[in-house]
Write a protein that binds this ligand. Structure first.
Ligand code: ATP
Length: 235
């Protein structure tokens, strides 16, 4: 239905061996929303994305995407269901060109962006289309990583720290790309340490600590939360 979220996560637990990394996370991402997970290093943000994607199989709880029970969907079908994951390490093919990276990506769900659409959204990737991944700047690699996933037809993007290690002007450019994607109706779940960047693109926030959600709020409530965030995140 229209009111139920596109992604609904309830009581999600995940383990690395004995390590109980996620301890009962609840979160919703409505269609068209950008939601950001905030939290210090090592609290479980990356684990949350990897568990939703189905990479971590040692998990309990429920993950519903577009009404579908994702706990029953094997990893190799997650992308087909319409979820795309851009890991922190980006996962592009370093020895292949931009063009090859964009064309090796299978279109697994309906609505995958055409090469023309990608080049319109990322003009610099068009300019660099014959360059190998290794020759790209960090910002270009990040854009290629996002572009590859947009080729698949994902309707929900899981982005892990897309601004990490990038110069402010590139961070701003990535922010513009995310805003454009939002305008096109994309739904985004973002892990981000760059609080200023997150506050420009996100509609809502969840604060994660020790594998649990300790707070959640809308961007409008941000001013009221600043002292709590200062304490929880040191921002
Ligand atoms: P960061 O931003 O540093 O990645 P995070 O909030 O994303 O932090 P996670 O990477 O999800 O945190 O890590 C959560 C916990 O799980 C940490 O205690 C971490 O040490 C542990 N962990 C992460 N990956 C593994 C792994 N492959 N094997 C064992 N423990 C892990």
């Amino acid at each position: 239905t229209e009111t139920s979220p596109l992604l609904k996560v309830r009581a999600l637990n995940a383990w690395y061996g004995e390590g109980h990394a996620l301890q009962g996370i609840d979160l919703d991402v409505r269609a068209g929303e950008t939601v950001t997970l905030l939290g210090r290093n090592g609290v479980g943000k990356t684990t949350a994305l990897r568990t939703i994607m189905g990479i971590i199989r040692s998990r309990t709880g429920s993950i519903e995407f577009d009404g579908r029970d994702m706990m029953r969907v094997p990893l190799h079908r997650t992308a087909h269901a319409g979820i795309g994951y851009v890991p922190e390490e980006r996962g592009i093919f370093a020895t292949l060109t931009v063009y090859e990276n964009l064309n090796l990506t299978p279109v697994v769900a309906r609505g995958g962006m055409s090469l023309d659409e990608i080049y319109t959204l990322f003009p610099n990737l068009k300019e660099r289309r014959n360059s190998a991944g290794t020759k790209l700047s960090g910002g270009e690699q990040q854009m290629l990583a996002i572009a590859r996933i947009l080729r698949t037809g994902a309707r929900l993007l899981l982005l892990d720290e897309p601004t990490e290690g990038l110069a402010p002007v590139i961070v701003q450019r990535i922010g513009e790309v995310l805003v454009t994607l939002k305008q096109r109706g994309m739904t985004i779940l973002l892990v981000e340490q760059n609080f200023r960047f997150a506050s420009k693109v996100a509609d809502r926030f969840y604060v994660v600590d020790h594998g649990q959600v300790i707070d959640h709020f809308a961007v409008e409530q941000l001013p009221d939360r600043m002292s709590m965030l200062n304490e929880a995140l040191g921002v």
